[in-house]
Write a protein that binds this ligand. Structure first.
Ligand SMILES: [Zn+2]
Ligand SMILES: [Zn+2]
Length: 548
Protein backbone atom coordinates (compact mmCIF):
# COMPACT_ATOMS: atom_id res chain seq x y z
CA UNK A 1 0.00 0.00 0.00
CA UNK A 2 1.19 3.45 -0.84
CA UNK A 3 2.37 5.74 1.96
CA UNK A 4 0.46 8.97 2.12
CA UNK A 5 0.92 12.04 4.20
CA UNK A 6 -0.60 12.66 7.55
CA UNK A 7 -2.58 15.75 8.09
CA UNK A 8 -4.40 16.54 4.91
CA UNK A 9 -6.72 19.22 6.04
CA UNK A 10 -9.01 21.99 5.04
CA UNK A 11 -12.03 22.65 7.17
CA UNK A 12 -11.30 24.90 10.08
CA UNK A 13 -13.42 25.13 13.17
CA UNK A 14 -12.66 28.53 14.64
CA UNK A 15 -14.30 27.84 17.98
CA UNK A 16 -11.60 25.89 19.78
CA UNK A 17 -8.87 28.48 20.04
CA UNK A 18 -5.51 27.34 21.28
CA UNK A 19 -6.37 23.79 22.32
CA UNK A 20 -3.18 21.77 22.79
CA UNK A 21 -2.78 18.36 21.21
CA UNK A 22 -1.56 15.50 23.35
CA UNK A 23 2.09 15.02 22.59
CA UNK A 24 4.93 13.21 24.30
CA UNK A 25 8.49 14.49 24.53
CA UNK A 26 10.93 11.69 23.76
CA UNK A 27 14.69 11.87 24.28
CA UNK A 28 16.33 10.16 21.30
CA UNK A 29 19.65 8.32 21.60
CA UNK A 30 19.32 8.78 25.37
CA UNK A 31 21.97 6.23 26.28
CA UNK A 32 24.58 7.24 23.74
CA UNK A 33 24.04 10.87 22.73
CA UNK A 34 26.04 11.73 19.58
CA UNK A 35 28.31 14.76 19.30
CA UNK A 36 27.38 15.29 15.67
CA UNK A 37 24.42 14.43 13.41
CA UNK A 38 23.73 14.82 9.73
CA UNK A 39 20.28 16.08 8.78
CA UNK A 40 18.87 15.44 5.30
CA UNK A 41 15.84 17.69 4.83
CA UNK A 42 12.62 16.26 3.41
CA UNK A 43 10.61 19.43 4.08
CA UNK A 44 11.92 20.91 7.30
CA UNK A 45 12.60 24.34 8.74
CA UNK A 46 15.06 25.52 11.39
CA UNK A 47 14.64 28.07 14.17
CA UNK A 48 17.42 29.19 16.48
CA UNK A 49 14.97 30.14 19.24
CA UNK A 50 11.26 29.62 20.02
CA UNK A 51 10.25 33.02 18.67
CA UNK A 52 12.73 33.16 15.79
CA UNK A 53 11.62 33.06 12.14
CA UNK A 54 11.76 29.53 10.64
CA UNK A 55 14.40 29.13 7.92
CA UNK A 56 13.45 26.43 5.35
CA UNK A 57 16.29 23.94 4.84
CA UNK A 58 17.01 22.51 1.41
CA UNK A 59 20.51 21.09 1.81
CA UNK A 60 22.08 18.50 4.07
CA UNK A 61 23.09 20.10 7.35
CA UNK A 62 25.75 19.03 9.83
CA UNK A 63 24.73 19.71 13.42
CA UNK A 64 27.41 19.51 16.09
CA UNK A 65 27.78 20.14 19.79
CA UNK A 66 30.48 22.45 21.14
CA UNK A 67 30.24 22.28 24.94
CA UNK A 68 26.75 23.78 25.56
CA UNK A 69 26.38 25.33 22.08
CA UNK A 70 24.72 23.75 19.07
CA UNK A 71 26.36 24.58 15.74
CA UNK A 72 24.38 24.10 12.52
CA UNK A 73 26.01 25.53 9.39
CA UNK A 74 26.24 29.27 9.93
CA UNK A 75 23.64 29.19 12.74
CA UNK A 76 24.27 28.44 16.38
CA UNK A 77 22.46 28.68 19.67
CA UNK A 78 21.70 26.91 22.91
CA UNK A 79 18.49 25.45 21.45
CA UNK A 80 17.76 24.70 17.80
CA UNK A 81 14.27 23.71 16.73
CA UNK A 82 13.63 21.66 13.61
CA UNK A 83 10.04 21.33 12.41
CA UNK A 84 8.93 18.98 9.64
CA UNK A 85 10.34 15.91 7.98
CA UNK A 86 13.97 14.93 7.84
CA UNK A 87 16.33 12.00 7.91
CA UNK A 88 18.89 11.96 10.72
CA UNK A 89 22.08 9.94 10.39
CA UNK A 90 25.43 9.78 12.14
CA UNK A 91 28.12 7.58 13.64
CA UNK A 92 27.13 4.91 16.14
CA UNK A 93 23.38 4.79 15.54
CA UNK A 94 20.95 3.61 12.87
CA UNK A 95 19.58 6.43 10.71
CA UNK A 96 15.97 7.41 11.42
CA UNK A 97 13.32 9.80 10.15
CA UNK A 98 11.44 12.46 12.07
CA UNK A 99 8.10 14.02 11.13
CA UNK A 100 7.44 16.42 13.98
CA UNK A 101 9.38 18.96 16.05
CA UNK A 102 12.90 18.09 17.13
CA UNK A 103 14.60 20.20 19.80
CA UNK A 104 18.40 20.09 19.73
CA UNK A 105 20.45 21.16 22.74
CA UNK A 106 24.00 20.44 23.82
CA UNK A 107 25.72 19.44 27.02
CA UNK A 108 29.44 18.81 27.48
CA UNK A 109 29.93 18.37 23.75
CA UNK A 110 27.02 15.95 23.24
CA UNK A 111 23.74 16.64 21.45
CA UNK A 112 20.51 16.22 23.39
CA UNK A 113 17.72 15.40 20.92
CA UNK A 114 14.14 15.71 22.14
CA UNK A 115 11.32 14.84 19.75
CA UNK A 116 7.79 16.10 20.33
CA UNK A 117 5.46 13.41 18.96
CA UNK A 118 1.68 13.03 18.77
CA UNK A 119 0.66 10.18 21.09
CA UNK A 120 -0.50 7.83 18.32
CA UNK A 121 2.72 8.34 16.35
CA UNK A 122 4.61 7.49 19.52
CA UNK A 123 2.57 4.28 19.95
CA UNK A 124 3.37 3.24 16.36
CA UNK A 125 7.09 3.83 16.95
CA UNK A 126 6.93 1.83 20.21
CA UNK A 127 5.29 -1.08 18.37
CA UNK A 128 8.07 -0.96 15.79
CA UNK A 129 10.62 -1.04 18.62
CA UNK A 130 8.96 -3.61 20.88
CA UNK A 131 6.74 -5.82 18.72
CA UNK A 132 7.86 -5.71 15.08
CA UNK A 133 8.36 -9.49 15.14
CA UNK A 134 4.77 -10.35 16.11
CA UNK A 135 3.02 -12.88 13.87
CA UNK A 136 -0.49 -12.02 15.05
CA UNK A 137 -2.32 -8.78 14.21
CA UNK A 138 -4.58 -9.20 17.27
CA UNK A 139 -1.51 -9.40 19.53
CA UNK A 140 -0.20 -6.21 17.88
CA UNK A 141 -3.49 -4.48 18.68
CA UNK A 142 -3.24 -5.65 22.30
CA UNK A 143 0.28 -4.21 22.45
CA UNK A 144 -0.92 -0.92 20.91
CA UNK A 145 -3.48 -0.56 23.73
CA UNK A 146 -0.90 -1.54 26.36
CA UNK A 147 1.79 0.84 25.04
CA UNK A 148 -0.69 3.74 24.73
CA UNK A 149 -2.10 3.16 28.23
CA UNK A 150 1.42 2.91 29.64
CA UNK A 151 2.31 6.30 28.15
CA UNK A 152 -0.86 7.91 29.51
CA UNK A 153 -0.58 6.27 32.94
CA UNK A 154 3.05 7.24 33.50
CA UNK A 155 2.83 10.50 31.54
CA UNK A 156 6.46 11.30 32.35
CA UNK A 157 9.26 9.08 33.60
CA UNK A 158 12.05 11.65 33.21
CA UNK A 159 10.50 14.91 34.46
CA UNK A 160 13.72 16.21 36.04
CA UNK A 161 15.56 15.81 32.73
CA UNK A 162 12.97 17.85 30.82
CA UNK A 163 11.36 15.11 28.74
CA UNK A 164 8.71 12.42 29.22
CA UNK A 165 10.23 9.20 27.92
CA UNK A 166 13.60 7.93 26.80
CA UNK A 167 13.92 5.73 23.71
CA UNK A 168 15.07 2.55 25.48
CA UNK A 169 13.33 -0.28 27.33
CA UNK A 170 13.74 1.77 30.52
CA UNK A 171 10.58 3.51 29.24
CA UNK A 172 9.49 1.99 25.95
CA UNK A 173 11.83 0.97 23.15
CA UNK A 174 11.39 3.07 20.03
CA UNK A 175 12.13 2.82 16.29
CA UNK A 176 11.40 5.93 14.30
CA UNK A 177 10.26 6.27 10.72
CA UNK A 178 10.27 2.54 10.00
CA UNK A 179 6.70 1.75 11.07
CA UNK A 180 5.14 -0.75 8.66
CA UNK A 181 1.61 -0.44 7.30
CA UNK A 182 0.72 -3.45 9.45
CA UNK A 183 1.81 -1.69 12.64
CA UNK A 184 0.10 1.55 11.67
CA UNK A 185 -3.08 -0.43 10.99
CA UNK A 186 -2.93 -2.03 14.47
CA UNK A 187 -2.54 1.42 16.01
CA UNK A 188 -5.33 2.90 13.86
CA UNK A 189 -7.73 0.04 14.67
CA UNK A 190 -7.41 0.80 18.38
CA UNK A 191 -6.97 4.59 18.12
CA UNK A 192 -7.41 6.28 21.48
CA UNK A 193 -8.33 3.04 23.26
CA UNK A 194 -6.97 2.67 26.78
CA UNK A 195 -7.14 0.01 29.44
CA UNK A 196 -9.06 1.25 32.49
CA UNK A 197 -9.19 0.19 36.11
CA UNK A 198 -11.47 1.97 38.58
CA UNK A 199 -11.76 5.04 36.38
CA UNK A 200 -8.04 5.47 35.67
CA UNK A 201 -5.71 4.31 32.91
CA UNK A 202 -4.02 1.14 34.21
CA UNK A 203 -0.30 0.61 34.85
CA UNK A 204 0.09 -1.63 31.79
CA UNK A 205 3.52 -3.11 32.33
CA UNK A 206 4.58 -5.57 29.69
CA UNK A 207 7.65 -7.61 28.86
CA UNK A 208 9.03 -9.89 26.15
CA UNK A 209 8.49 -13.29 27.75
CA UNK A 210 7.62 -14.39 31.29
CA UNK A 211 9.11 -17.88 30.98
CA UNK A 212 5.78 -19.39 32.10
CA UNK A 213 5.35 -17.39 35.34
CA UNK A 214 3.76 -13.92 35.32
CA UNK A 215 5.27 -11.90 38.18
CA UNK A 216 3.42 -9.82 40.77
CA UNK A 217 3.70 -6.04 40.32
CA UNK A 218 5.17 -5.64 43.81
CA UNK A 219 8.36 -7.27 42.57
CA UNK A 220 8.79 -4.24 40.30
CA UNK A 221 7.32 -1.48 42.44
CA UNK A 222 6.87 -2.28 46.10
CA UNK A 223 3.85 0.02 46.49
CA UNK A 224 2.08 -1.04 43.33
CA UNK A 225 -0.57 -3.45 44.55
CA UNK A 226 -3.30 -3.87 41.93
CA UNK A 227 -5.41 -6.95 41.23
CA UNK A 228 -4.73 -6.87 37.48
CA UNK A 229 -0.98 -7.34 38.01
CA UNK A 230 -0.96 -10.48 40.16
CA UNK A 231 1.22 -13.53 39.80
CA UNK A 232 -0.22 -16.32 37.63
CA UNK A 233 0.90 -19.15 35.37
CA UNK A 234 1.13 -18.34 31.66
CA UNK A 235 -0.17 -21.31 29.71
CA UNK A 236 0.61 -19.70 26.32
CA UNK A 237 4.25 -18.59 26.20
CA UNK A 238 5.50 -21.94 27.53
CA UNK A 239 4.76 -23.36 24.07
CA UNK A 240 7.69 -21.31 22.78
CA UNK A 241 10.98 -22.35 24.43
CA UNK A 242 12.84 -19.32 25.76
CA UNK A 243 15.93 -20.34 27.75
CA UNK A 244 19.12 -18.36 27.89
CA UNK A 245 22.68 -18.77 29.12
CA UNK A 246 25.34 -16.11 29.48
CA UNK A 247 28.80 -15.81 31.02
CA UNK A 248 29.99 -12.41 32.21
CA UNK A 249 33.53 -11.70 33.35
CA UNK A 250 34.01 -10.08 36.73
CA UNK A 251 35.95 -7.26 35.05
CA UNK A 252 32.89 -6.51 32.84
CA UNK A 253 30.69 -6.60 35.95
CA UNK A 254 33.11 -4.16 37.64
CA UNK A 255 32.67 -1.85 34.66
CA UNK A 256 28.87 -2.10 34.95
CA UNK A 257 28.88 -1.32 38.69
CA UNK A 258 31.80 1.15 38.58
CA UNK A 259 33.48 -0.67 41.47
CA UNK A 260 35.40 -3.95 41.83
CA UNK A 261 33.07 -6.97 41.65
CA UNK A 262 34.54 -10.13 43.20
CA UNK A 263 31.34 -12.12 43.80
CA UNK A 264 27.66 -12.27 42.80
CA UNK A 265 25.28 -14.26 45.02
CA UNK A 266 21.47 -14.51 44.82
CA UNK A 267 20.05 -13.86 48.30
CA UNK A 268 16.28 -13.55 47.81
CA UNK A 269 13.63 -14.78 45.37
CA UNK A 270 9.96 -13.90 44.86
CA UNK A 271 7.17 -16.51 44.95
CA UNK A 272 7.39 -16.87 41.17
CA UNK A 273 11.04 -17.84 41.57
CA UNK A 274 12.46 -14.59 40.27
CA UNK A 275 15.55 -13.12 41.82
CA UNK A 276 14.73 -10.15 44.04
CA UNK A 277 18.00 -9.37 45.76
CA UNK A 278 21.63 -10.15 45.09
CA UNK A 279 24.80 -9.52 47.01
CA UNK A 280 27.36 -7.96 44.68
CA UNK A 281 30.72 -8.15 46.49
CA UNK A 282 28.71 -8.34 49.69
CA UNK A 283 26.59 -5.25 48.94
CA UNK A 284 22.81 -5.66 48.52
CA UNK A 285 21.51 -4.86 45.02
CA UNK A 286 17.93 -5.34 43.80
CA UNK A 287 17.50 -7.66 40.83
CA UNK A 288 16.05 -4.77 38.79
CA UNK A 289 19.06 -2.54 39.50
CA UNK A 290 21.35 -5.47 38.71
CA UNK A 291 19.63 -6.09 35.36
CA UNK A 292 19.59 -2.38 34.46
CA UNK A 293 23.24 -1.85 35.42
CA UNK A 294 24.38 -4.82 33.33
CA UNK A 295 22.01 -3.88 30.49
CA UNK A 296 23.12 -0.25 30.25
CA UNK A 297 26.83 -1.05 30.17
CA UNK A 298 27.11 -4.50 28.63
CA UNK A 299 23.93 -4.74 26.53
CA UNK A 300 20.33 -5.74 27.12
CA UNK A 301 20.84 -9.24 25.72
CA UNK A 302 22.91 -10.40 28.75
CA UNK A 303 20.65 -10.68 31.84
CA UNK A 304 17.38 -11.06 29.95
CA UNK A 305 15.04 -11.63 32.93
CA UNK A 306 15.11 -12.07 36.72
CA UNK A 307 14.27 -15.78 36.41
CA UNK A 308 17.77 -17.30 36.60
CA UNK A 309 20.42 -19.26 38.51
CA UNK A 310 23.92 -17.93 39.01
CA UNK A 311 27.21 -19.83 39.27
CA UNK A 312 30.61 -18.43 40.20
CA UNK A 313 33.28 -19.88 37.87
CA UNK A 314 36.26 -17.91 39.16
CA UNK A 315 36.95 -15.01 36.79
CA UNK A 316 33.49 -15.26 35.32
CA UNK A 317 29.93 -15.64 36.58
CA UNK A 318 27.55 -17.86 34.64
CA UNK A 319 23.80 -17.11 34.46
CA UNK A 320 21.16 -19.58 33.23
CA UNK A 321 17.57 -18.37 32.92
CA UNK A 322 14.16 -18.34 31.25
CA UNK A 323 12.09 -15.56 29.71
CA UNK A 324 12.98 -11.99 28.91
CA UNK A 325 12.08 -8.83 30.81
CA UNK A 326 10.61 -8.27 34.27
CA UNK A 327 7.67 -10.66 33.87
CA UNK A 328 4.99 -8.22 35.08
CA UNK A 329 1.77 -7.66 33.09
CA UNK A 330 1.46 -8.62 29.45
CA UNK A 331 3.76 -11.35 28.15
CA UNK A 332 4.46 -10.52 24.50
CA UNK A 333 5.43 -14.08 23.56
CA UNK A 334 2.24 -15.42 25.17
CA UNK A 335 0.13 -12.70 23.50
CA UNK A 336 1.44 -13.65 20.09
CA UNK A 337 0.64 -17.32 20.78
CA UNK A 338 -2.90 -16.35 21.87
CA UNK A 339 -3.39 -14.26 18.73
CA UNK A 340 -2.18 -17.06 16.49
CA UNK A 341 -4.66 -19.39 18.17
CA UNK A 342 -7.49 -17.07 17.12
CA UNK A 343 -7.97 -15.03 20.30
CA UNK A 344 -8.97 -11.36 19.92
CA UNK A 345 -6.94 -8.47 21.33
CA UNK A 346 -9.64 -8.00 23.95
CA UNK A 347 -9.16 -11.60 25.11
CA UNK A 348 -5.38 -11.11 25.20
CA UNK A 349 -5.74 -7.97 27.35
CA UNK A 350 -8.29 -9.65 29.63
CA UNK A 351 -5.92 -12.58 30.18
CA UNK A 352 -2.89 -10.48 31.10
CA UNK A 353 -4.69 -7.61 32.88
CA UNK A 354 -7.70 -9.35 34.47
CA UNK A 355 -10.41 -7.04 35.79
CA UNK A 356 -9.58 -4.06 33.54
CA UNK A 357 -11.82 -2.79 30.74
CA UNK A 358 -10.96 -1.42 27.30
CA UNK A 359 -12.43 1.83 26.06
CA UNK A 360 -11.92 5.34 24.81
CA UNK A 361 -12.97 6.52 28.24
CA UNK A 362 -13.52 5.00 31.66
CA UNK A 363 -17.14 4.20 30.75
CA UNK A 364 -15.90 1.75 28.13
CA UNK A 365 -16.85 3.64 24.97
CA UNK A 366 -15.38 1.58 22.13
CA UNK A 367 -15.15 1.39 18.35
CA UNK A 368 -17.66 -0.41 16.18
CA UNK A 369 -17.45 -1.01 12.42
CA UNK A 370 -20.66 -0.39 10.44
CA UNK A 371 -20.46 -1.41 6.78
CA UNK A 372 -22.09 0.76 4.09
CA UNK A 373 -22.42 0.13 0.37
CA UNK A 374 -18.97 1.28 -0.72
CA UNK A 375 -17.30 2.28 2.55
CA UNK A 376 -17.21 1.43 6.27
CA UNK A 377 -17.98 3.68 9.22
CA UNK A 378 -15.95 3.25 12.39
CA UNK A 379 -17.83 4.86 15.22
CA UNK A 380 -18.64 4.69 18.91
CA UNK A 381 -22.30 5.51 18.27
CA UNK A 382 -24.65 3.58 15.97
CA UNK A 383 -26.81 6.69 15.74
CA UNK A 384 -24.03 8.33 13.68
CA UNK A 385 -24.67 5.90 10.84
CA UNK A 386 -28.10 7.26 9.84
CA UNK A 387 -26.66 10.75 9.27
CA UNK A 388 -23.25 9.87 8.08
CA UNK A 389 -23.60 6.89 5.74
CA UNK A 390 -25.70 8.72 3.09
CA UNK A 391 -23.49 11.83 3.31
CA UNK A 392 -20.27 9.82 3.05
CA UNK A 393 -21.50 7.65 0.14
CA UNK A 394 -22.56 10.83 -1.69
CA UNK A 395 -19.23 12.57 -1.02
CA UNK A 396 -17.23 9.56 -2.25
CA UNK A 397 -19.29 9.42 -5.47
CA UNK A 398 -18.75 13.16 -5.92
CA UNK A 399 -14.96 12.80 -5.53
CA UNK A 400 -14.78 9.90 -8.00
CA UNK A 401 -16.82 11.79 -10.62
CA UNK A 402 -14.75 14.95 -10.24
CA UNK A 403 -11.40 13.25 -10.73
CA UNK A 404 -12.31 10.14 -12.74
CA UNK A 405 -10.05 8.25 -10.29
CA UNK A 406 -10.70 5.31 -7.93
CA UNK A 407 -9.03 3.82 -4.87
CA UNK A 408 -8.28 0.10 -4.49
CA UNK A 409 -8.64 -0.09 -0.67
CA UNK A 410 -12.13 0.12 0.85
CA UNK A 411 -12.52 3.64 2.29
CA UNK A 412 -13.26 4.04 6.00
CA UNK A 413 -14.67 6.99 7.86
CA UNK A 414 -13.76 7.12 11.55
CA UNK A 415 -15.84 9.47 13.71
CA UNK A 416 -14.32 10.55 17.00
CA UNK A 417 -16.62 10.87 20.00
CA UNK A 418 -14.92 13.97 21.39
CA UNK A 419 -12.44 16.63 20.42
CA UNK A 420 -9.95 15.42 22.99
CA UNK A 421 -9.97 11.86 21.64
CA UNK A 422 -9.58 13.28 18.13
CA UNK A 423 -6.65 15.46 19.16
CA UNK A 424 -4.91 12.64 20.98
CA UNK A 425 -5.39 10.28 18.07
CA UNK A 426 -4.45 12.53 15.19
CA UNK A 427 -2.05 14.89 16.90
CA UNK A 428 -3.84 17.73 15.15
CA UNK A 429 -5.18 20.83 16.82
CA UNK A 430 -8.90 20.99 17.65
CA UNK A 431 -9.61 23.58 14.95
CA UNK A 432 -9.04 21.04 12.20
CA UNK A 433 -12.26 19.30 11.26
CA UNK A 434 -10.92 16.20 9.57
CA UNK A 435 -7.88 14.55 8.08
CA UNK A 436 -7.16 11.66 5.78
CA UNK A 437 -4.56 8.98 6.27
CA UNK A 438 -4.36 6.36 3.53
CA UNK A 439 -7.91 5.09 3.08
CA UNK A 440 -9.18 6.40 6.43
CA UNK A 441 -10.98 9.72 6.85
CA UNK A 442 -10.90 10.83 10.48
CA UNK A 443 -13.64 13.21 11.55
CA UNK A 444 -14.39 15.38 14.55
CA UNK A 445 -17.70 14.57 16.32
CA UNK A 446 -20.63 14.86 13.87
CA UNK A 447 -22.56 17.25 16.11
CA UNK A 448 -19.73 19.78 15.82
CA UNK A 449 -19.54 19.48 12.04
CA UNK A 450 -23.32 19.85 11.75
CA UNK A 451 -23.34 22.89 13.99
CA UNK A 452 -20.96 24.65 11.60
CA UNK A 453 -22.71 23.23 8.46
CA UNK A 454 -19.44 21.67 7.42
CA UNK A 455 -20.21 17.93 7.31
CA UNK A 456 -20.79 17.57 3.54
CA UNK A 457 -18.05 19.98 2.39
CA UNK A 458 -15.59 18.31 4.78
CA UNK A 459 -16.38 14.82 3.50
CA UNK A 460 -16.10 15.90 -0.14
CA UNK A 461 -12.75 17.53 0.51
CA UNK A 462 -11.38 14.51 2.40
CA UNK A 463 -12.48 11.97 -0.23
CA UNK A 464 -10.93 14.14 -2.94
CA UNK A 465 -7.70 13.99 -0.94
CA UNK A 466 -7.96 10.25 -0.57
CA UNK A 467 -8.16 9.85 -4.37
CA UNK A 468 -5.46 12.46 -5.00
CA UNK A 469 -3.05 10.87 -2.51
CA UNK A 470 -3.71 7.39 -3.89
CA UNK A 471 -3.12 8.55 -7.47
CA UNK A 472 -0.33 11.10 -7.16
CA UNK A 473 3.21 10.16 -8.14
CA UNK A 474 5.94 10.47 -5.49
CA UNK A 475 7.22 14.03 -5.28
CA UNK A 476 3.94 15.71 -6.29
CA UNK A 477 4.08 19.09 -4.53
CA UNK A 478 1.86 19.65 -1.52
CA UNK A 479 0.43 22.92 -2.91
CA UNK A 480 -0.84 21.05 -5.98
CA UNK A 481 -2.46 18.19 -4.03
CA UNK A 482 -4.00 20.48 -1.45
CA UNK A 483 -5.08 23.11 -3.99
CA UNK A 484 -6.68 20.51 -6.23
CA UNK A 485 -8.81 19.15 -3.36
CA UNK A 486 -9.90 22.69 -2.47
CA UNK A 487 -10.61 23.62 -6.09
CA UNK A 488 -12.50 20.43 -7.03
CA UNK A 489 -14.67 20.53 -3.90
CA UNK A 490 -16.05 23.91 -4.94
CA UNK A 491 -14.63 25.51 -8.15
CA UNK A 492 -16.96 28.53 -7.91
CA UNK A 493 -15.72 29.31 -4.40
CA UNK A 494 -12.08 29.76 -5.47
CA UNK A 495 -10.72 32.92 -7.12
CA UNK A 496 -7.80 32.22 -9.49
CA UNK A 497 -4.60 34.13 -8.73
CA UNK A 498 -1.00 33.97 -9.84
CA UNK A 499 1.07 32.59 -6.95
CA UNK A 500 4.80 31.96 -6.37
CA UNK A 501 4.37 28.19 -5.95
CA UNK A 502 7.95 27.54 -4.78
CA UNK A 503 7.52 29.95 -1.87
CA UNK A 504 4.09 28.47 -1.19
CA UNK A 505 5.52 24.93 -1.15
CA UNK A 506 8.04 26.00 1.52
CA UNK A 507 5.21 27.48 3.59
CA UNK A 508 3.12 24.32 3.28
CA UNK A 509 6.01 22.28 4.67
CA UNK A 510 6.23 24.32 7.86
CA UNK A 511 2.74 25.46 8.79
CA UNK A 512 2.23 27.18 12.11
CA UNK A 513 -0.71 29.17 13.40
CA UNK A 514 -4.33 28.79 12.32
CA UNK A 515 -4.28 32.14 10.44
CA UNK A 516 -1.07 31.26 8.60
CA UNK A 517 -2.47 27.83 7.71
CA UNK A 518 -5.73 29.26 6.38
CA UNK A 519 -3.90 31.82 4.20
CA UNK A 520 -1.58 29.16 2.77
CA UNK A 521 -4.50 26.86 1.92
CA UNK A 522 -6.35 29.70 0.21
CA UNK A 523 -3.24 30.36 -1.88
CA UNK A 524 -3.05 26.65 -2.89
CA UNK A 525 -6.65 26.79 -4.14
CA UNK A 526 -6.00 30.04 -6.02
CA UNK A 527 -2.86 28.62 -7.66
CA UNK A 528 -4.70 25.51 -8.88
CA UNK A 529 -7.70 27.55 -10.12
CA UNK A 530 -5.22 29.71 -12.03
CA UNK A 531 -3.55 26.66 -13.58
CA UNK A 532 -6.94 25.18 -14.57
CA UNK A 533 -7.91 28.47 -16.21
CA UNK A 534 -4.70 28.55 -18.25
CA UNK A 535 -4.11 24.85 -19.06
CA UNK A 536 -7.43 23.10 -18.49
CA UNK A 537 -8.46 20.65 -15.76
CA UNK A 538 -7.22 17.55 -17.59
CA UNK A 539 -3.67 18.88 -17.76
CA UNK A 540 -3.67 19.71 -14.05
CA UNK A 541 -4.97 16.23 -13.20
CA UNK A 542 -2.20 14.71 -15.33
CA UNK A 543 0.44 16.71 -13.38
CA UNK A 544 -0.63 14.87 -10.26
CA UNK A 545 -0.24 11.48 -11.93
CA UNK A 546 3.20 12.43 -13.28
CA UNK A 547 4.37 14.09 -10.05
CA UNK A 548 5.11 17.44 -11.65
ZN1 LIG B 1 13.28 6.06 30.36
ZN1 LIG C 1 4.50 -15.70 29.33
Amino acid sequence: MKRTLWGVLLMFLGVFGQAQERTVRVRLLWQHPPSEIRLTPQGVSLRTCRNCTPIPLSETLLIAAKSAQVLAGSSSGTTLLLAGRARISGKGFAAFRIESELEVQAREGFLLLTLKMPLEQYVAAVLQGESAGFESDEALKAMAVAARTYAVHFRSRHPAEGFDFCDTTHCQDLRLGAESERLRAAVAATTGELLWYQGNPAATYYHRSCGGEIEDSRALERNLQVPYLRRHRDEYCVRVPDEWHVQISKSDLSRAFRRPVTSVVIVERSESGRVQKLAVSGQAVTATDFRLAVGRTLGWDKIRSDLYEEQDLGDIVSFRGRGQGHGVGLCQTGSDVMGQEGRSYREVLAYYYPGTSIGLNAQGLSWERLPGESLDLITTSRADATVLLPSAEGALRFAKERTGWTISARPQVQIYPSISVYRNATGEPGWIAASTFGSIVRLQPISILQRTDSLDPTLRHEFLHMLIEATSAPGTPIWLREGLAIYLANPQGVTPASVDVDALEHKMRALGSEQQTRAAYRACGAAVANAVEKKGLNSVLSWVRKGQ
